[in-house]
Design a binder for this molecule. Structure first.
Ligand SMILES: Cc1cc2nc3c(=O)[nH]c(=O)nc-3n(C[C@H](O)[C@H](O)[C@H](O)COP(=O)(O)OP(=O)(O)OC[C@H]3O[C@@H](n4cnc5c(N)ncnc54)[C@H](O)[C@@H]3O)c2cc1C
Length: 273
């Protein structure tokens, strides 16, 4: 029996495409957004579901490095601009995040895989209630999900609880505030700061955990058992604690989606949280 596979059976290697960096926007002292031009002939290949990520490949100090970065724009923004945007928060000693933050320039070409991932939320014709909980750079897939739902589901309600150290370390703060102002009847943005103190509202101080989420939702009038979909992204410890709390309070586990950026046994705090 031949051990050679026929061409149909052969394992297909994922194909990287060289994309040109169209622009770089500094979001915080330690984070940049990078926009890629998507040429007309690759528009179908790079069509995405909100919440999906791109895999970037680069040779950094002689090493082939591959890392994932979530698309952080809505589907409508991507279609209108012919571009895709990712954002990278600099990790101390990190190979690719340091390179993206300090070395990459507009006009550079980076090898990129087509969008992947199942931390997504197909939009629907019905009216839904969504809750997203993010910390630090965990906002990147969440801003894509939130903005796409607000743009494509005119009857849906979204609550976003977003944790950071301070206002200054918060990625996409202006954009989220703009969304909150423009969709005030449907989008509730609740910011929690771990290193700033709100004298008026202690609930919004400290790290996000299950107990805090429970209190914030109760005060906002969100009934856990009536939420249609949950999206959690941030440090592993936060994600697991919040997930356990909302499931204990009546959320259907199948509706609680989460994404982990950093997968090692030791829980880490996301930069900015
Ligand atoms: C599906 C997915 C989507 C992602 N989306 C984004 C995104 O949108 N924006 C973004 O900034 N990152 C995102 N990440 C994380 C990203 O892929 C890299 O892991 C991160 O940029 C660090 O890579 P590096 O090469 O700089 O660090 P490495 O060279 O891999 O690591 C350097 C050091 O930092 C530690 N480390 C690695 N990653 C992290 C981390 N995330 N937090 C804390 N310590 C870490 C390592 O243990 C090591 O000690 C995502 C990850 C996944 C799996």
């Amino acid at each position: 029996m031949s051990l050679l596979k026929s061409s149909g059976e052969r394992h297909r290697r994922p194909q990287f495409h060289p994309l040109t960096v169209a622009g770089i926007q500094r979001l915080t002292e330690r984070a940049v957004a990078i926009t890629f031009d998507i040429p007309e002939e690759l528009r179908d290949t790079f069509r995405f579901e909100p919440g999906q990520h791109l895999t970037l490949r680069a040779e950094i100090d002689g090493v082939d490095v591959r890392r994932s970065y979530s698309i952080c724009m809505s589907r409508a923004q991507a279609a209108a601009s012919g571009q895709l945007r990712i954002a990278s928060n600099e990790v101390d000693g990190g190979a690719m995040s340091v390179w993206l933050n300090r070395v990459v320039q507009p006009g550079d070409r980076i090898e990129v895989l087509a969008p992947l991932g199942d931390f997504t939320c197909p939009t629907v014709d019905t009216e839904r209630e969504l809750v997203a909980i993010a910390a630090g750079s965990g906002i990147t897939p969440v801003i894509s999900l939130v903005r796409t739902v607000l743009e494509e589901e005119p009857g849906s309600q979204v609550t976003l609880i977003f944790g950071n150290r301070t206002a200054e370390t918060t990625m996409f703060r202006k954009e989220l505030e703009w969304l909150a102002d423009n969709c005030s009847a449907r989008f509730d943005l609740i910011e929690v700061f771990s290193r700033a103190t709100s004298a008026t509202d202690p609930l919004l101080n400290g790290r996000i955990d299950g107990a805090k989420v429970r209190q914030i939702l109760r005060r906002s009038g969100v009934a856990v058992s009536e939420v249609d979909e949950w999206f959690l992204c941030g440090p592993i410890g936060m994600v697991h604690d919040v997930r356990a709390a909302v499931v204990a309070d009546g959320a259907d586990p199948a509706t609680v989606h989460h994404e982990e950026f950093f997968q090692e046994s030791m829980p880490v705090q996301a930069p900015g949280s």
